[in-house]
Design a protein around this ligand. Structure first.
Ligand SMILES: Cc1cc2nc3c(=O)[nH]c(=O)nc-3n(C[C@H](O)[C@H](O)[C@H](O)COP(=O)(O)OP(=O)(O)OC[C@H]3O[C@@H](n4cnc5c(N)ncnc54)[C@H](O)[C@@H]3O)c2cc1C
Length: 395
């Protein structure tokens, strides 16, 4: 057992830290302003031209394709590398995602076949195409097995009808992975299929935007007799649920990494503030309540990092049974950052409530993590169910 990061990962971390310092931190004021000004619209928080420049800079310093297989031009450095990168990027509130976004990459890698590899996987892996995933419906969120969006096979075509809500990035996506029921009798055990739906496909509309507490403005997506061909089936007919769950697991790992980045930013602000801010003739650092905020925040962050990196290593070592670990890291990470940022805001008093500091943004941007990709209660339920059925793990 070795808890030290491999040399190659440490170098990668330094590169991403420099990228974050030089390019993301200076954009933060602009992100906060754009967020305040966007009101009920879906104005992106990074100007698209600026985002393109960031992509070019990231590519130039070798940050592209970190978890993309080498045969597709990637670096194949795996999940631990991606975990390190995401934590580092998230020490800034600028919501930059290094292409390709890993969860859909993971799902497409597992399921794309034949021409789909050229049409969807490679351009996505290269960062040339964007995607979204549409699972949630008005009547099925925590329990996606209850989805009603239906794909029926008629005259050699799949015909898609239904409605999805809260679909992040839908309007900017070149294609959406849409989960639909193909056999209502089988449900999630053989009756749900994933489809690749290209933007501007007749019958697919994205009319509504949901303005949420955080940085996301997800969309409502409607399907009205959308016609799809057989080569738009992603994976096997009826077997969409497994790859979808694996994909959710990758996002859960990522959420823990984002929480780690945000927590580090909070602690980097809390320590000097505690040492420098004087009240009643003494620095805040002399007060035990303040010391405990720092001590607890640091320990909680470190504990999340250990279980998160352990999960990343398991995935890199080819283990396939890691759903419980993914539930754990997502639950612990998303709840940890809620506590840490709250302590940081309290320590900064009035300034902690303002948009002059990144803390207020962090508190809102991280709040959704306790709900999406499986609410905290769903993660706890899953962990308990797994342990009650299978007992304690032997390793
Ligand atoms: C900003 C944002 C972005 C999103 N992006 C996407 C996306 O890109 N694609 C997509 O498909 N979806 C997306 N979602 C949807 C998200 O995954 C769902 O909102 C989430 O899974 C919860 O489902 P729900 O809203 O229907 O809540 P419900 O299922 O109604 O649950 C509400 C609450 O009830 C509790 N609860 C539910 N079931 C149980 C249980 N069994 N035991 C104990 N408590 C329970 C939990 O506290 C839960 O928060 C997004 C949501 C948000 C807010």
């Amino acid at each position: 057992m070795d808890f030290a990061l491999p040399e190659e990962h440490r170098l990668l971390r330094q590169t991403v830290a420099r990228f974050t310092r030089e390019y993301l931190l200076p954009l933060e004021k602009d992100v906060i302003r754009r967020e305040a000004e966007r009101g009920l619209t879906d104005l992106p928080l990074i100007d698209p031209e600026v985002e393109e420049t960031l992509n070019q800079k990231a590519k130039a310093i070798g940050l592209y394709g970190i978890d993309v297989p080498e045969e597709y031009g990637g670096q194949n450095m795996g999940m631990l590398a991606k975990a390190v990168v995401i934590e580092e990027l998230k020490t800034s509130i600028t919501p930059y995602i290094l292409p390709p976004d890993s969860p859909n990459l993971f799902m497409l890698k597992e399921t794309c076949r034949g021409d789909q590899i050229k049409k969807y996987f490679i351009p996505y892996a290269n960062g040339d195409k964007k995607s979204a995933i549409a699972i949630t419906e008005p009547g099925a969120g925590s329990d996606p097995a209850g989805m009603k969006t239906r794909a029926e096979y008629k005259n050699g075509k799949w015909v898609l009808n239904g409605q999805k809500i809260f679909i992040s990035h839908a309007r900017r996506a070149d294609f959406i992975v849409v989960m639909a029921v193909t056999d209502p009798a089988k449900g999630s055990r053989g009756g749900i299929t994933a489809f690749l739906v290209d933007k501007d496909t007749p019958g697919m509309t994205i009319p509504s935007v949901f303005n949420t507490i955080g940085e996301h403005a997800p969309y409502g997506v409607f399907f009205d007799n959308v016609q799809l061909s057989d080569d738009q089936v992603l994976g096997d007919v009826g077997n969409g649920f497994g790859p979808m769950q694996n994909r959710l697991g990758v996002r859960r790992l990522e959420i823990a990494c984002r929480a780690l980045g945000y927590a580090r930013r909070c602690l980097e602000m809390m320590i000097p503030q505690a040492n420098e801010r004087i009240t009643f003739g003494k620095p805040l650092a002399d007060r035990q309540s303040v010391q405990w905020w720092i001590a607890d925040s640091f320990q909680e962050m470190e504990m999340v990092r250990l279980i998160t990196w352990r999960l990343a290593c398991k995935i890199d070592q080819g283990e396939t049974n890691w759903r419980r670990d993914a539930a754990m890291v997502k639950l612990q990470g998303s709840e940890m950052i809620g506590r840490v940022v709250d302590r940081a805001m309290q320590m900064f008093g009035g300034m902690g409530m303002t948009k002059d500091l990144p803390l207020e943004y962090i508190s809102r941007a991280s709040r959704v993590w306790r709900v999406y990709e499986g609410a905290s209660e769903i993660q706890r339920w899953f962990i308990a169910r797994d342990l009650l059925r299978n007992g304690l793990p032997s390793d």
